[in-house]
Design a protein. Structure first.
Lengths: 162, 267, 779
C-alpha cells in the first residue's frame, strides 16, 4: 500500500491506497470527486483530464502515487464558489455539451489550452488541440465555438477563420 | 492492473539501486505508454521506479553546434523550447505532434526512445540526426541503439540520461498519423548533415525504425522534394495491418519524405 | 413564444451540474456495502464450454463469489429475447436462438459473458476473473454474413438452419422485375454498409441492489428506457416482478441506441446481488463496450434502380443481407425490415419497389439499432444509387432528384409509409444556396492548382420518427406499444413538475420540455422541473430512441397540459365569476378576456389544493396524466451537400464544407436542434470516413477493440457545419414537430461518399473511405 498526500482543489488530502491505484480512481472513489470520468482504457478519450501542477494530464494514465506531493485541480475545483469559470460559462452558453460525460475533461483541456495560448486561438488550433478529447454527442462544432468564446472572454484574441 | 510497488527515485543512482533490489522492476518516466500497457495487463512489473523527479534528467542545452536534451524532458518542453526552435525546429515540430497535449505534458524523450515503439516519433529523429544516446553507463550511437520492435541496446538497469546531436544544416519531419491511434502510420525524419543526408522512417518497418536508403541516395545530389520524384521504396519488410498495407506504407514513405524535405527547406 | 417558450434559443437548464462535475452517472453511485463485479468473457468467437473451475478464483483475496450460467439457469433466469416478430416470406416465424445471460454450454462471439466475479474491489475482481478456468473446445467461426449463408458454413444455432433468421420481403418482385426489364436505363450497385460500434462516451454500467428486508430489487443502469427494462426483466427474464423492481437511469452519458437494450450484465448484476447478499456494481471498460455493446449497420446490398426515357424512376429492387451477430438483440429484427425497407422510396415517386432481406447469424457481437437504425442504410442505398445514376445519365444530380421528387402530400409510398407533409425542393434549394453549388467548378479548378482533387456530393434523405401508432406496429410484430406518457403536476404554489416516460441522455429534455410547459402558462422556466428516468417516480413510459421524444413525448405533455389548462380555467372562472370560455392563461396569469380581471397562476394552483372554493363537484388538486399514441410516424427530410478535397498522394480526405438543410417541422429550441444535427453529422461522417468495426475473418477476433484501432471522429477530422432549417409543420401532432436526433447520421454518409467519388472519378468505393482505401481506389 502507498501512503499518498496531495493538494486537490486547494485542499490537502491524504490516503492509503494500493500502489496500482490510478489517480482517477483515487479522486473518484477515495475523495468522492466523481466529476472526473473514465471513458476508455487506452488513454485516448480525455474524459479523465485534470490539472497536475497546473498542466492538463490524463488522470487514468497515472498512478495516484505518482501524483503524490502534487497539486491537482479537478472540474469540481474550477468554479469560484457560485461563479462559473469563463470556460464553463461558455460551454453552457454555446451548447458545447449534450450528455455531459466528456464535458469535465473537455473543459479542463480547454482551460489548459487557453492558458498555453495567451496570444489567442483560431478554429484550426482549437481543433488540433482537442486531439486528446473525444466527444460523441456534439460533433465538436459547439465545443470549438465555446472554447473560442472563452479564450476571448479570458483576454486572448479569438480569430474566427483559420 | 496487476499489483505493483511504486518507488520514487530522486537520483539516477538511487533509481538503479531500487531497480536492482526489485524482483522484476521497471523504470517509469512519463508513463504514457507503460501505464496503459499495465492497465491492459500486458505488462506486470513487480516494482515501478519513477524517474520523473530526478532533476539531472531534465533540461535542454544548445551550445554552439551541439544540442543536448535531458531524457526526462517532456514532449511539451521540447516543443516549446526557444533555443531548440532555432537550432532544430524539426524536432520541436515532431514533439508538438506526439500524442495529444495531455500526453505531451507527461511523456518524455527518454521514455519514448527506451520503449522504441515501432510507431513512435522520436526514434526517427534520433536516427536521422545521428544522435548519441547518453546513459548512466555509456554513450551509444543512434545506429546501434534501436535493435528491434520495443527492443534497444539498453541493459535492464541502464537509464537513458540524455541525447545529443550536432545541429544539422537542415531537418524536417512529416508524419501521416494512424487515423485511430494517431501514432505514426508512417513518419519520415530527414536531416541534411555536412557529411550527407540521413532519412529515418518510423511507423512502417516490421522491425521498427529504419533508414531509407533510396530516399537518402536520391537526396544526396539535391536536397529538394523534386529529387524524390520517381523514387520508390520496396514494400518488403514493411508492416501490414487494417489501416495500411505494406504497399500503401511504401507509398507514404516517399510522400512523407518529400513533405519532410519541403518542411526542412522552409515549407 | 417569449424568451423562454417554444422556439426560443434557451441555454440548457441541466448544464449547470455537468459543467461543474456534479452530474450523477451510474458509475458515480455508491450504496452501503457495495461490491464490484467483473465478467469472465469468452476469448473465442465460437467454442463449446466443457467446464468451468472457479475454485482458485473463489479463494483469492477479496472475492465474495463467482457465479456461472448453470447457477443462473437453476434460479430460473430466462433467456434474452428479441421483441419484434418478423415472418419470412414463406410465412414462418423468425428463428430465434437461445441467448442465456451467462453462457451455459457454448459461446458464440468474442466477449460473451461466461461468469461473474464479485469482489471487494474492482481490481480484486479482475485478478480473480483471470483465475477462473474455463475449458473451451474451439469451433470454426464465421463473421461475414454472406459467408454464413454458404453451404458448409459453421452453424450457430440449432433453431436457425443455415444461420438464416428470416428471409423477408416487401413489395411485388415480379412487377419490379418487369418494370426494370422495360426501363430505359438501370443503375446497379453493390454496396456495403459498414458495421459500427456506437461508442457512447459513458461505458455501460449497472448497480444491482437486492433489499432482503423488503424483498425488493433496485437497478441503477445506463438505460434509454428504464420502464422497458423493468418490463422485460420481469416479464421475460424472471429477475423480479415489476412491483418488486425499481429501475433508475440517472444521468446517462449518451446512448445512440446502444442503451435501449437490456443486456446480460444488468440481469446478472441484479441476480448476483440476491445470490451474494451485497449490492453489485459493474462498469464496462471500453474494450468490453467494443466487444459487447450492440453494434450497428452491417449490410451487404445489391440495388437496381430503373428509369424511363424521361429520367423518371420506374422501379427499385433491393436485395440485402443483414448481419445480426451471434444473438438476436431486443429490436434487431425490426431494423432491416420496417425501419429500412419502408424508407426506400426516399423523397421520390417510385411506382414499384421490392426489397428482400435475409437476416443472418454470425460469430460477432449482436447488432441492433444505432442512431438512425435502418434509415441510414436505406438512405445510403438510395442516395448513392441516385447520384451514380445521374453520372451515368449525364444529368446533374440535383436535376435528377428534382425531376423525381414527391410534390403532393399526403403521399402513399409502395412500401407502407404514408408521408404527411414535406417540401423537398425547398431543402434542396436551401442547401444548394448555402453550399454555393454553382460556384463549385471554380473551386475545383482552384484546388487542382494546389494539387488537390475536389469533389461535391449530395444526399436527400427522408426519415421516419416517432414510430407509431401502437396498433399498427403491433400488427407488424412489435411486442410493445409505442405511445408515451406524461404527468403534469402543478404544485400548490404554482411551480410545475412534469413526469415523462421519455429519457434524456444528452437531448436536453429538462429544457425543451420545460419550454413547452412555460409556453402554455407563461410561467418562468425555472419553475418547471422535468422528472424522468426512475420507475418509482414516473408512470409507465417507453423511453427515448428513434427521435421520438419531441413528436411523442412532448405531445403527451401537451395532452396532459390540455387537461390541466381545462381544469385551471374552470377554477379561475369560478373564482373570477366569469364564463369558463372567457378565461385565458398567459404570462403567469388567468385572465378574463377583454377585462382587467385576473388571478396570478399561483393563486389558481393554491385554490386547487386548498379546495376551499372550487366549482361544485370538482375534485381538489391540479395534476393530470396523458398517454399519447400518435396516429402516424413523422417524416423529417432534408438535403445535405458535402464538399471534399482528396490528397492524391495519400488518399486523405478533407471535408472542406458540409451543408445541412433540414425540415424538422416546428422547432422547440433551435440551439438544441442544431446540436442534435451537429452530433448526427459527426456520426454519419464518422461512418463514411473513419469508423469500421473489423473482425478477423479467420479467428473471429475483434481487431478494432479499442480507440487504438477503431477510428472515432475527433475535432480535427470535422469542419464547422453550415446548418439551417426549412419548415413544413407536421400535421399529425399538436406541436407540429418531427424529430431531429438521427437526421445527421442518416443523411450524411452518402453525401460524403458521393463527394469523394466525384473527386476521384470512380463509383467503386465502400465506407469507411479511409486514406488507404481512397488511395487504392485511385490507382
Amino acid at each position: 500500500m502507498a501512503e499518498i498526500s496531495m493538494t486537490v482543489n486547494g485542499r490537502k488530502v491524504t490516503g492509503t491506497v494500493e500502489d496500482r491505484t490510478l489517480l482517477v480512481h483515487f479522486l473518484r472513489e477515495n475523495l468522492g470527486l466523481t466529476g472526473t470520468h473514465v471513458g476508455c482504457d487506452t488513454s485516448q478519450c480525455g474524459a479523465c483530464v485534470v490539472h497536475l501542477d497546473g498542466k492538463a494530464v490524463k488522470s487514468c494514465t497515472m498512478l495516484a502515487a505518482q501524483a503524490s506531493g502534487s497539486e491537482v485541480t479537478t472540474i469540481e475545483g474550477l468554479a469560484q464558489g457560485a461563479e462559473l469559470h469563463p470556460v464553463q460559462a461558455a460551454f453552457r452558453e454555446h451548447h458545447g455539451l449534450q450528455c455531459g460525460f466528456c464535458t469535465p475533461g473537455m473543459i479542463m483541456a480547454a482551460v489548459d489550452m487557453i492558458n498555453r495560448h495567451p496570444e489567442g486561438l483560431d478554429e484550426k488550433t482549437v481543433r488540433a488541440e482537442l486531439e486528446g478529447n473525444l466527444c460523441r454527442c456534439t460533433g465538436y462544432h459547439n465545443i470549438v465555438k465555446a472554447v473560442l468564446a472563452a479564450a476571448e472572454a479570458m483576454g486572448g484574441k479569438a480569430v474566427k477563420a483559420a | 492492473m496487476h499489483q505493483t510497488t511504486y518507488h520514487r527515485a530522486s537520483s539516477i543512482s538511487e533509481a538503479v539501486k531500487m531497480l536492482k533490489e526489485a524482483e522484476d522492476g521497471k523504470f517509469v518516466a512519463g508513463g504514457q505508454t507503460l501505464i496503459p500497457t499495465m492497465k491492459q495487463r500486458l505488462a506486470a512489473p513487480s516494482d515501478l521506479i519513477d524517474l520523473r523527479h530526478i532533476g539531472e534528467l531534465k533540461g535542454i542545452e544548445v551550445a554552439g553546434n551541439t544540442v543536448k536534451i535531458g531524457a526526462g524532458t517532456t514532449h511539451a518542453e521540447v516543443a516549446r523550447d526557444a533555443a531548440l526552435a532555432k537550432a532544430c525546429p524539426a524536432l520541436c515540430h515532431l514533439a508538438a505532434h506526439i500524442g495529444d497535449p495531455h500526453v505531451r505534458h507527461m511523456g518524455t524523450l527518454g521514455g519514448s526512445i527506451a520503449n522504441n515503439d515501432p510507431a513512435a516519433d522520436y526514434p526517427a529523429a534520433v536516427l536521422a540526426l545521428a544522435a548519441t544516446v547518453h546513459t548512466n553507463k555509456r554513450e551509444i550511437a543512434a545506429d546501434d541503439f534501436f535493435v528491434d520492435l520495443f527492443e534497444t541496446a539498453l541493459e535492464d538497469d541502464e537509464i537513458v540520461t540524455a541525447i545529443s546531436f550536432a545541429v544539422p544544416e537542415k531537418a524536417g519531419y512529416a508524419k501521416f498519423p494512424n487515423p485511430a491511434s494517431r501514432y505514426a502510420l508512417t513518419g519520415v525524419f530527414v536531416a541534411k548533415h555536412a557529411d550527407g543526408v540521413r532519412a529515418a522512417v518510423t511507423g512502417a518497418g516490421e522491425n521498427g525504425v529504419f533508414r531509407a536508403e533510396a530516399i537518402e541516395k536520391a537526396l544526396v545530389g539535391a536536397f529538394e522534394a523534386s529529387a524524390l520524384d520517381g523514387t520508390t521504396v520496396p514494400a518488403d519488410g514493411l508492416m501490414s495491418d487494417i489501416h495500411a498495407s505494406a504497399e500503401y506504407r511504401a507509398n507514404l514513405i516517399v510522400v512523407m519524405a518529400k513533405r519532410a524535405v519541403q518542411a526542412a527547406n522552409g515549407g | 413564444m417569449g424568451i423562454e417558450g417554444i422556439g426560443a434559443r434557451v441555454a440548457r437548464k441541466e448544464d449547470k451540474r455537468f459543467i461543474t462535475g456534479l452530474g450523477r452517472y451510474v458509475d458515480d453511485m455508491v450504496v452501503p456495502g457495495m461490491k464490484h463485479a467483473v465478467f469472465v468473457r469468452s476469448p473465442h468467437a465460437h467454442a463449446a464450454i466443457k467446464g468451468i473451475d472457479a475454485t482458485a478464483a473463489k479463494a483469492m483475496p477479496g472475492v465474495i463469489d463467482v457465479l456461472t450460467g448453470p447457477e443462473l439457469k437453476a434460479d430460473g433466469i430466462g433467456n434474452l429475447i428479441c421483441g419484434w416478430m418478423i415472418h419470412s416470406k414463406d410465412g414462418s416465424p423468425m428463428k430465434m436462438g437461445a441467448w442465456s445471460p451467462l453462457a451455459v454450454d457454448r459461446v458464440r462471439y468474442v466477449g460473451e459473458a461466461v461468469a461473474i466475479v464479485v469482489a471487494e474491489t474492482r481490481n480484486q475482481a479482475r485478478d480473480a476473473a483471470e483465475a477462473v478456468e474455463v475449458s473451451y473446445e474451439e469451433m470454426p467461426a464465421v463473421t461475414d454474413a454472406a459467408r454464413a449463408l454458404d453451404a458448409g458454413a459453421p452453424q450457430l444455432h440449432p433453431e436457425a438452419e443455415g444461420n438464416l433468421i428470416y428471409d423477408w420481403e416487401i413489395g411485388e418482385a415480379a412487377a419490379v422485375d418487369e418494370a426494370l426489364a422495360k426501363a430505359a436505363h438501370v443503375t446497379r450497385l453493390k454496396l456495403v454498409n459498414n458495421r459500427l460500434v456506437p461508442n457512447a462516451m459513458e461505458p455501460r454500467a449497472a448497480l444491482g441492489h437486492y433489499d432482503m428486508a423488503e424483498d425488493h430489487f433496485t437497478l441503477w443502469t445506463t438505460s434509454q428506457n428504464p420502464h422497458v427494462a423493468r418490463l422485460v426483466m420481469s416479464a421475460f427474464y424472471n429477475v423480479a416482478p415489476e412491483n418488486k423492481l425499481r429501475v433508475i437511469a440517472p444521468d446517462v452519458g449518451g446512448g445512440f441506441g446502444s442503451k435501449i437494450y437490456i443486456y446480460p450484465e444488468e440481469i446478472v448484476c441484479l441476480w448476483a446481488s440476491k445470490r451474494t447478499g451485497v449490492p453489485v456494481k459493474w462498469t464496462a471498460d471500453r474494450t468490453e463496450s467494443f466487444m459487447c455493446d450492440a453494434h450497428g449497420r452491417d449490410h451487404h446490398t445489391e440495388v437496381a434502380l430503373g428509369f424511363d426515357a424521361d429520367n423518371r424512376m420506374v422501379a427499385l429492387k433491393v436485395d440485402t443481407i443483414a448481419n445480426f451477430g451471434a444473438y438476436m438483440s431486443l429490436f434487431s429484427s425490426a431494423v432491416p425490415t420496417y425501419l429500412y425497407a419502408t424508407l426506400l422510396s426516399g423523397q421520390y415517386v417510385i411506382p414499384k419497389i421490392h426489397c428482400n432481406v435475409r437476416a443472418v447469424y454470425t460469430n460477432t457481437a449482436p447488432v441492433d439499432a444505432y442512431r438512425g437504425a435502418g434509415r441510414p442504410e436505406a438512405t445510403y442505398v438510395l442516395e448513392r444509387t441516385v447520384e451514380t445514376a445521374a453520372r451515368e445519365l449525364g444529368i446533374s444530380p440535383a436535376e435528377l432528384r428534382r425531376r423525381n421528387f414527391i410534390r403532393e402530400f399526403p403521399y402513399q409510398t409502395p412500401v407502407i409509409m404514408n408521408y404527411d407533409a414535406g417540401d423537398y425542393e425547398a431543402s434542396l434549394d436551401a442547401a444548394m444556396r448555402a453550399a454555393d453549388y454553382d460556384g463549385f467548378p471554380a473551386r475545383r479548378e482552384e484546388a487542382k492548382k494546389r494539387g488537390k482533387l475536389r469533389g461535391i456530393g449530395m444526399s436527400c434523405y427522408i426519415e421516419a420518427c416517432g414510430i407509431a401508432p401502437s396498433q399498427a406496429v403491433g400488427s407488424l410484430g412489435a411486442g410493445v406499444g409505442l405511445w408515451e406518457s406524461a404527468e403534469v403536476r402543478v404544485n400548490a404554489a404554482g411551480t410545475i413538475e412534469v413526469l415523462t416516460g421519455s429519457h434524456s441522455h444528452g437531448q436536453g429534455h429538462e429544457t425543451t420540455f420545460a419550454q413547452v410547459v412555460a409556453s402554455r402558462f407563461g410561467v418562468p422556466l425555472d419553475q418547471v422541473s422535468i422528472v424522468h428516468g426512475d420507475t418509482d417516480k414516473v408512470q409507465m413510459g417507453m423511453g427515448t430512441y428513434g427521435s421520438r421524444s419531441g413528436a411523442v413525448g412532448a405531445s403527451a405533455i401537451v395532452k396532459a397540459l390540455d387537461k390541466v389548462e381545462a381544469k385551471a380555467k374552470k377554477i379561475a372562472a369560478h373564482l373570477l365569476e366569469a364564463d369558463e370560455g372567457d378565461i385565458v392563461i398567459e404570462n403567469g396569469e388567468a385572465k378574463v378576456a377583454g377585462t382587467d380581471k385576473s388571478l396570478p397562476w399561483a393563486q389558481v394552483a393554491l385554490a386547487a389544493y386548498t379546495a376551499h372554493n372550487l366549482p361544485e363537484g370538482m375534485e381538489p388538486g391540479l395534476k393530470e396524466t396523458s398517454f399519447y399514441d400518435p396516429t402516424n410516424f413523422t417524416f423529417p427530410a432534408g438535403c445535405y451537400i458535402a464538399e471534399v478535397e482528396v490528397d492524391p498522394e495519400t488518399g486523405h480526405t478533407d471535408i472542406v464544407q458540409f451543408v445541412a438543410a433540414d425540415d424538422f417541422g416546428n422547432i422547440i429550441n433551435p440551439l438544441i436542434v442544431e446540436g442534435q444535427v451537429h452530433g448526427g453529422l459527426a456520426q454519419g461522417i464518422g461512418q463514411a470516413l473513419l469508423e469500421g468495426c473489423h473482425y478477423d475473418p479467420a479467428s473471429g477476433q475483434l481487431v478494432t477493440a479499442s480507440y487504438m484501432d477503431y477510428t472515432m471522429p475527433r475535432a480535427g477530422d470535422l469542419p464547422s457545419f453550415k446548418v439551417s432549417t426549412t419548415n413544413t409543420p407536421c400535421p399529425g401532432n399538436p406541436l407540429g414537430v418531427k424529430g431531429c436526433g438521427e437526421a445527421g447520421a442518416i443523411g450524411s454518409p452518402p453525401a460524403i461518399i458521393n463527394a469523394i467519388t466525384d473527386a476521384i472519378g470512380t463509383n467503386a468505393l465502400d465506407m469507411p473511405a479511409t486514406p488507404q482505401k481512397v488511395w487504392a481506389a485511385m490507382k
